[in-house]
Design a protein around this ligand. Structure first.
Ligand code: ZN
Ligand code: ZN
Ligand code: FE
Length: 757
């Protein structure tokens, strides 16, 4: 007989790991014990060498579905032998930490029980088990045990307690375990109906939806606003009340068959959609399925997710004459963060929702739905949040303990420790108090969860970002060194780290986005960099153009278009739709601004160039959500068109004169906007190839990293990857974090790590 101590790190708590070890030990006649510690899971295994070998192989190769083993260390140990195998009390080791599981969509076994009249949790909206249910959203502290969650206030009934205590039960130590007798409950309230509890409340909510009303539903990470997506009037009403003119709404359906009714979906997309995370997946809409235009105006795609909690399943359950496609959008007013307490939802959403479906399980961390698309069989994120955060990104090497605070829009922050980078869930746009509070509280919460006291801090170079101001304050207050990182360098490094880049070699960074503070104080955004984690140089960039009125111009692509024409020396001719759309007063103000350089910063932004082209062709002159012009321009591209405009390059500058001149000429010749839009996209892809070829010749670099918000553009992404691939470049695109500013916190962290080391 021999004994071994096995120490396992990774996502191994709250995922059914101990019961799995317990039953595996029984299977191979192993005696000893298993326990959770604040560093992971520890096992003492006692048996014959062969039994131990079999046991270890099975633990390593066949862990429960949600478990992720990062390290597995075994060492010989003397022991007196044990009579049986036990699960011991959790052990707290000061300074240690383990990854925490994200929230998980309802599993198939729980779903079966939910609709089984014979089950004691039949139609119970909070059914869950070790393999599914809330995690991050209810965790208040570590270790992940019930007293450290918002479930602490619900005392388990005898039946639930017995399941919780039985290592062979699939609810063994499932911290959120509950039943109708002892767990949280739902109720429905509206102005016209009194509070109705449990099943009655659910039925009332369904009736409201059937009648075309808008209801607020408290879900897993916050409130959703829901209505029948096929009811044009209901959707318009929701848009009007939520003050959201055009930004596409996400939708939710009961099952994958319903997805197939409305959208085209391939196998990879189906797999991603049905994964433990149940994200919103952007899918092409099926032709002939008349989803009202108001759900996703001007889009050829629809964001769809499967019902991911038992409560959602009960609300969406199919029935004759009952809707099957639901708008399920964040419960907030325009840019504010999602409402997550019953009180704040009542405050904020009562002007929008006709009724509320509440429940009394508290949400500790609010969290939005994740949004992604599929690219070559893999996930490609737009927003990484529920289901994915706070999963760690594994770094190529051990890192210093750093806090990086991200950017201003689509903010996330990031904490590094050992080989882990914990990138936060999506915080949102840091421009109001509520989001800022979510940001600061989020940082404190993550530092606590992962037991880290950051020794270094990193932020963006932009002096006005709230995140930068916070970092300066934090650095002073805690007396720790601060590094300000240039925005596009952070994009490049984020993409490298996302690809587990572990080389001291430089890569080519094609960093295209809307706005990033440059080293020269100008607004950058069309940047071809050479660099790595340590340093970068700005090799090529778009020609500087004026932005009359600064940031406020961003809402008015037509003003930007006029300014670009002015700078390039083209007359403001009313035959050009962009010019025609401006009032004479607007033109007069702009002329003054441009001539006298009043509040007219320079920009090399690629995002703005998309705005300009969109307005020049008359597709859109003003926007009401971020990147709307560029998104709508992409929507009219045609992959069958291969023509392209040509960018001229002089020295390090990409000139705009010839391309704008050619676009104006095509407008004059009444060339279809789809053709112009596609030729413009193709021009950018070709430009990237030309520049990469030049750099390859000069520096012998073959890796090209594509990062920045512009890379949400699927047409451009496909086209660029294709032509770079054909020329033999290794293209690095994002996989685990979004290409947009939601990813730069990771870039800041890895740059700071190199710097401070
Ligand atoms: Zn389950
Ligand atoms: Zn119970
Ligand atoms: Fe950016």
């Amino acid at each position: 007989m021999i004994s071994k101590i096995i120490r396992i790190r990774g996502t191994v708590q709250g995922v059914g790991f101990r019961p799995f070890v317990f039953s595996t030990a029984k299977k191979y006649n192993i005696t000893g014990w298993v326990r959770n510690s604040s560093a992971g899971v520890e096992i003492l295994a006692n048996g014959t060498p062969q039994e131990i070998k079999n046991f270890i192989t099975e633990v390593k190769t066949n862990p429960p579905p949600l478990a992720k083993i990062d390290t597995f260390v075994e060492s010989e140990k003397y022991s007196n032998g044990y009579k049986d195998f036990k699960i011991l009390q959790s052990q707290i080791i000061p300074g240690e930490f383990i990854p925490i599981s994200p929230d998980v969509a309802i599993c198939s076994e729980c779903q079966k029980e939910l609709f089984d009249p014979a089950n004691n949790r039949y139609r119970y909206p909070f059914i869950n088990c070790t393999n599914c249910g809330p995690r991050l959203t209810i965790i208040k502290g570590i270790p992940y045990d019930r007293p450290n969650t918002t479930m602490a206030e619900f005392t388990l009934c005898d039946r639930c307690q017995a399941e919780y205590d039985n290592p062979l039960n699939r609810r063994f130590h499932a911290q959120p375990v509950a039943c109708p007798d002892c767990g949280p409950q739902v109720w429905f309230e509206s102005l016209t109906t009194g509070p109705e509890k449990r099943e009655e409340g659910i039925q009332r909510a369904r009736q409201f939806l059937r009648d075309g009303k808008i209801i607020a539903i408290k879900g897993l990470g916050g409130f959703h606003l829901a209505c029948d997506a096929l009811n044009q009037e209901a959707v318009s009403k929701l848009r009007h009340r939520k003050k959201r003119s055009d930004k596409p709404f996400a939708t939710m359906v009961f099952d994958i068959e319903t997805v197939k009714k409305y959208c085209l979906i391939n196998n990879a997309e189906e797999t991603i959609m049905g994964s433990y995370e149940h994200p919103i997946v952007i899918l092409p809409t099926k032709k002939g399925m008349h989803v009202p235009e108001q759900v996703a105006p001007k889009m050829r795609t629809l964001g769809v997710m499967l019902a991911y909690t038992p409560l959602h399943l009960l609300i969406l359950e199919p029935e004759n004459d009952y809707p099957d496609l639901f708008v399920m959008t964040s419960g907030n007013i325009s840019d504010e963060p999602i409402a997550y307490t019953n009180e704040s939802a009542k405050d904020v959403l009562s002007s929008i929702a006709d009724g509320f479906l509440f429940h009394d399980r508290k949400i500790n961390t609010r969290i939005d739905d994740s949004v992604l698309t599929e690219y070559k069989g893999q996930k490609y994120f737009y927003r990484r949040s529920r289901g994915y955060a706070p999963n760690a990104t594994i770094l190529p090497k051990n890192s210093l303990e750093i806090l990086s605070v991200g950017g201003e829009l689509k903010n996330t922050f990031c904490l590094t420790k050992e080989k882990y980078a914990f990138i936060s869930h999506h915080i949102g746009d840091l421009k109001n108090m509520e989001t800022y509070r979510a940001f600061t509280e989020g940082i404190a919460n993550y530092q606590h969860m992962f037991n880290t006291k950051s020794q270094f801090i990193a932020c963006d170079l932009h002096p006005e970002y709230l995140s930068t101001k916070y970092a300066c304050y934090y650095s002073e207050e805690n007396n720790i060194p601060l590094l300000k990182v240039q925005h596009h360098h952070a994009h490049l490094a984020a993409c490298l780290a996302d690809n587990n880049w572990d080389s001291n070699e430089d890569a080519i960074g094609v960093c295209l986005d809307g706005t990033g503070y440059g080293l020269d104080g100008q607004i950058w955004g069309g940047e071809i960099l050479i660099g790595g984690y340590q340093t970068f140089q700005r090799k090529y960039h778009l020609e500087y153009m004026p932005l009359p009125g600064g940031d406020s111009a961003i809402l008015h692509p037509n003003r930007i278009a006029a300014a670009y024409l002015w700078k390039l020396g083209f007359p403001w001719d009313d035959h050009i739709p962009a010019i025609l759309s401006l009032t004479s007063e607007e033109k007069n103000v702009m002329k003054r601004q441009l001539k006298l350089h009043i509040n007219t910063p320079n920009t090399s932004s690629m995002g703005r160039l998309f705005d300009v082209v969109t307005s020049l062709i008359g597709l859109r002159h003003t926007i009401n959500y971020e990147a709307q012009a560029a998104i709508e321009l992409e929507q009219i591209t045609e992959s069958s068109i291969t023509d392209a405009y040509i960018f001229e390059i002089s020295e390090n500058t990409i000139n705009l004169n010839s391309i704008i001149s050619n676009i104006l000429s095509d407008i004059n010749h009444k060339i279809h906007s789809s053709v112009i839009a596609t030729k413009f996209h193709n021009a950018i892809a070709n430009l990237i190839l030309v520049l990469c070829n030049k750099i390859e010749k000069e520096y012998n670099l073959h890796h090209v990293a594509l990062s920045g918000g512009v890379w949400q553009n699927q047409y451009l992404l496909h086209k660029t990857c294709q032509i770079l691939d054909e020329e033999g470049f290794s293209v690095l695109i994002h996989h685990n974090i979004p290409p947009n500013d939601g990813g730069i916190s990771l870039g800041q962290a890895v740059i700071a790590n190199k710097h401070f080391k």
